[in-house]
Design a protein. Structure first.
Length: 202
């Protein structure tokens, strides 16, 4: 089995790609960099419902409803505001928020560093809320302000997964081109060696 990172730290390489669903297939636009990643958190959504029989907890039904998350970045780019939040750049070069528009769904990509190779991840079906913003007066030391994007990450409608991530065993071509296009699994499982032994490779 390949070694795994012992620790996780750092955040960089946030990208987004517009999600398009024609009713049978999801396609994505080419990923665009979202610069200035500061912090990302993901909280699982779902529930565990116990079923009681024979005077015991006979069965637990577990549902995976994706994630709720927050991405803190240095600044929300004008391009992201137009591409995803659907703000309008008017003929005078002024960016206008459109209260009638619904944000476009996206894939969100990013990576966490570790003591080995960084882990690259993709959330397949993300809906972003309008960002929070703040500003503070400049003092003797300059500390940049940040913006925060709250989002929900649901299942990919046809892959039945909200998320995928690389491992130390990931194909080098897939890993190196992670931000060129949104990764879609083949659906085939790898052979997993039995504990303490080797798989038969079949």
């Amino acid at each position: 089995m390949p070694k795994e990172s012992k620790v996780q730290f750092g955040l960089k390489n946030a990208h987004y790609a517009i999600f398009n669903d024609d009713g049978t297939t999801v396609t994505y636009t080419k990923p665009v960099a979202l610069l200035g990643s500061v912090e990302l958190s993901l909280d699982p959504e779902g529930s565990t419902e116990p079923f009681y029989a024979d005077d015991i907890n006979f069965y637990n039904a577990v549902s995976n409803q994706g994630y709720k998350g927050k991405l803190k970045i240095a600044r929300v780019s004008d391009q992201f505001r137009q591409d995803v939040l659907q703000d309008i750049l008017d003929d005078k070069g002024v960016l206008v928020e459109n209260s009638q528009a619904q944000p476009k769904q996206i894939a969100l990509m990013f990576e966490f560093a570790g003591d080995l190779k960084a882990t690259r991840q993709v959330l397949y079906n993300v809906t972003v809320s309008r960002p929070s913003e703040s500003g503070n007066t400049k003092e003797d030391k300059i500390k940049p302000d940040t913006a925060e994007l709250e989002f929900s990450a649901a299942d990919h409608p046809y892959l039945h997964t909200p998320k995928a991530k690389t491992t130390q065993a990931s194909d080098s071509t897939v890993y190196d081109k992670w931000y060129d296009e949104v990764y879609i699994t083949s659906g085939k499982s790898a052979t997993t060696p039995a504990p303490g032994g080797e798989g038969d490779g079949k």
